[in-house]
Design a binder for this molecule. Structure first.
Ligand code: BGC
Length: 256
């Protein structure tokens, strides 16, 4: 059983990383954050990731490396680019990271990574059925779980509601952009969660991303047909989940 992995979370403004204890979800060393290079092209980001690896003095014997990206990721290739350079679209990112850093890496979507961490160690530990982890930050990321099993690459932040991409009104950045009160913004989040529920009949939502540590400010205004919980792992969920993604996939339990 692998004991530790280096988890890295690539965001629009920061690239964060830390060695993670995979049994407890705790950081084995303090987190480091470097600025995301601009433009955030695949090779520039790979250089920044290499710098993080170097700063931790990480070697292959220390454990595997997992990286969360704001992109749909399939078999190591990135297919979309949320708040990063469009050149990620159609990029064989796993091969590029290997060339640039010398390390094989496991890549996954950043919201899927945050969701894995919340479901294993945080707010979703005890939640069966259909759970949607919604990260509200610059954009909206979503991670779908059924009985704890991830269904990867759900891009439900881009659901179109009243002719607009949901991100435009319900991401945390929309509140800042339009200078909305918490109450007004919570109305848009409620509309968004309501729409997700109408289509998916979710058993619970977990709100993560930058909005999770502001949950107290808007929770009272939320209206949602399913229970809504705040995420518990704050800004560490992405990197802890990226580290978890290096573990071999767990087989879903057969249910009668
Ligand atoms: C992207 C997602 C990403 C989310 C959060 C969205 O714009 O499409 O892939 O998970 O932002 O970063």
């Amino acid at each position: 059983m692998i004991k530790r992995a280096l988890g890295i979370d690539v965001g629009g403004t920061g690239v964060k990383g830390a060695p993670v204890n995979l049994r407890s979800g705790e950081l084995a060393q303090e987190r480091l954050r470097l600025l995301t290079p601009q433009p955030a092209t695949p090779s520039a980001v790979a250089e920044t990731v290499f710098e993080l690896i170097r700063r931790f003095g990480w070697s292959e014997q220390d454990g595997p490396i997992g990286i969360g990206l704001p992109s749909v990721v399939k078999q190591g290739a990135t297919h979309t680019a949320g708040n990063i350079d469009p050149s990620w679209i159609g990029c064989d990112a796993a091969a590029l990271f290997k060339d640039c850093t010398g390390f094989p890496v496991t890549l996954l979507n950043d919201a899927d990574a945050a969701g894995l961490a919340e479901m294993r160690f945080g707010a979703g530990r005890d939640l069966p059925g259909l759970v949607v982890v919604v990260t509200l930050g610059t954009g909206i990321g979503t991670a779908l779980f059924y009985n704890g099993q991830l269904i990867p690459n759900a891009e439900l932040g881009h659901l179109v509601i009243r002719d607009k991409d949901a991100e435009r009104r319900a991401a945390l950045s929309a509140r800042e952009r339009y200078e909305w009160s918490w109450k007004k913004w919570a109305g848009h989040v409620s509309e968004y969660l309501g729409e997700l529920h109408r289509l998916l009949w979710c058993d619970a939502f977990i709100i993560g991303g930058g909005a999770s540590n502001k949950f107290d400010k808007f929770a009272a205004y939320l209206e949602c047909p399913a229970p809504v919980r705040p995420a518990q792992m704050a800004n560490l969920a992405g990197l802890v989940g990226a580290a978890l993604a290096t573990l071999p996939p767990v087989k879903a339990k057969a249910r009668p």
